[in-house]
Design a binder for this molecule. Sequence first.
Ligand SMILES: Nc1ncnc2c1ncn2[C@@H]1O[C@H](COP(=O)(O)OS(=O)(=O)O)[C@@H](OP(=O)(O)O)[C@H]1O
Ligand SMILES: Nc1ncnc2c1ncn2[C@@H]1O[C@H](COP(=O)(O)OP(=O)(O)O)[C@@H](O)[C@H]1O
Length: 637
Amino acid sequence: MSAYTPEALIASDIDAYLDTHANKSMLRFITCGSVDDGKSTLIGRLLYDSKTIFEDQLAALEADSRRVGTQGQNIDFALLVDGLAAEREQGITIDVAYRFFSTEKRKFIVADTPGHEQYTRNMVTGASTADLAVILIDARKGVLTQTRRHSYLAHLVGIREIVLAVNKMDLVGHDEARFDAIVADYRAFAASIGIDRFTAIPLSGLTGENVATQATTMPWYTGLPLLAHLETVPIDVDARQAQPFRLPVQWVNRPDLDFRGFAGMIASGTVRPGDSVRVVPSGKTTTVARIVALGGDLTEAVAGQSVTIVLADEVDCSRGDVIAAADAPPEAADQFLATIVWMSDTPLVPGRGYQLKLGTQVVGATVQPPRHIVDVNTQAELSASTLALNDIGVAEVYADRAIVFEPYADGADLGGFILIDRATNATVAAGMIGSALRRAQNVHWQSIDVTREAHAAQKGQSPRILWFTGLSGSGKSTIANLVEKKLFALGRHSFLLDGDNIRHGLNRDLDFTEAGRIENIRRIGEVARLMADAGLIVLTAFISPFRAERDMVRSMVAPGEFVEIFVDTPLASAEARDVKGLYAKARAGEIADFTGISSPYEAPQSPDIRIDTTRESPEAAAERIVEHVIGVWSYDL
Ligand SMILES: Nc1ncnc2c1ncn2[C@@H]1O[C@H](COP(=O)(O)OS(=O)(=O)O)[C@@H](OP(=O)(O)O)[C@H]1O
Ligand SMILES: Nc1ncnc2c1ncn2[C@@H]1O[C@H](COP(=O)(O)OP(=O)(O)O)[C@@H](O)[C@H]1O
């Protein structure tokens, strides 16, 4: 055994071994293929031949193979990958599994993603951090629908290195003509979706030919075996360093009054003390005074490094802002076009407020109905009104405020985002920004000198949004009217928004479908916010049946400004009152989508104020609300 084998080095000098390990470059890749393409076998073979499987794991594998394997007395490499017993039984791998292995030249993280049709979501998750994709093809079958789907998705998430692994060459007699035909077929397809280059390798995961070692059975193939290709393919890190400097600020480090640094991981480019930088979106320019890292100041830092930057001037810069090269800053916009992969069982609700997370930035955002969705199998563009699980669509996204971004094609760090459902906190979609919408770029925020604070101070009050919610006939208007009268008598400046001035005016184009109600509440929220900006105490009396929209309005204003008042009247009581005779009509089927009967009402889980109108009179309730609001004010004054 040579002194340079890992085994020898581990035995003689464990520190030297760990050192070589730590300094090796890292390649992240995904493998795409279906259950039958032999994907698990190929990954197992890579892990086995790179000799990084621990011995006890190997022993277990050998025992397992004999028990449940499909390869007789030989090792069934698929067992190494198909970790969970249940998945083995189903014959499909369901979630993304990340595996680590290493050779003398490089470290690898492989994301194993399922090939099963339904799992676009998993593949996109696995692919989003990968440098390279291995697309498996069964040599007997050639380019299939799934090959096209995997390639499309890999290209979509920005993977630039594609390996076409033509597997099971042993089963087609190591035939060169067969291989060439498959490659030609794939080349034509790849060009049609914008993949301009790929590396094709004929191999067999089962026999190991052209996996870790050069196969003698295919002398016509002069390229590298798969493992050697993975070990030597250039990694994108150099390209990221060549791009303009960007540091998305993760947090502001202010241990004492003398030090103020902006910490984060450099997304692209290189930075040195003295460099001119611009803080986006504010647009302020300054220079870099120091670059601080663990262990002291640096004279230079590059993409991928986590650093703290000290700027020469006191400029406003907080979490979510980006410190960028002054002469090549990224864009900031609040409206853009994006490709969105929907990952939730609950479809997109166009117009609903989601949280959008892009790097260190988190903003509220809504998605318009898609312009089109893409059939991943044929890449055809289809029309659709929403996005369901695994759908990929192109849609306009409107954010609550400008965010700093770059087109995804220029960099995943500032171009990729996720959407989060406010109610469940689950990630519902991944998105890739294409470009800002031109109309957004032309709208510039005016700097307003009379601030909202000035408006409020002039009126001598803190603005509030008193948001009444409850069933039709629960008592929202009755109580809100009383509250407004009391506030007026106290000399407060207020305004009541209710059905009379909204549903018949601003929102007369909206119906009572889910989408109509969402848009109704969104507009009312915007109007209420403007009125609060003007220093008013706004009262709103709308059913506002959905938690997500109420939460969205809450998130649009300063903490504590939104006061949710749940007018809690049971359906039976509201129906017994039936002030407008609407419940009778709804029961008779004359009104569709009637709240409480044929359309849902999501009661607040922790309202700021709850009123049980079966126990409390309108007068008592109004008194309590005024006291609550005035009580809160006495604290802020
Ligand atoms: N299908 C259906 N469902 C519920 N309500 C209906 C419907 N059709 C008409 N109306 C009348 O419209 C009033 C509710 O409008 P809102 O703007 O408050 O509704 S929502 O917040 O958008 O759900 C509501 O008024 P209130 O009784 O004052 O709540 C009804 O009188
Ligand atoms: N405790 C109570 N609070 C509010 N309204 C009540 C109460 N008890 C009875 N009502 C009656 O219920 C009806 C509520 O109607 P309204 O205020 O128009 O409801 P909403 O605006 O929620 O549709 C009114 O006729 C009101 O007099």
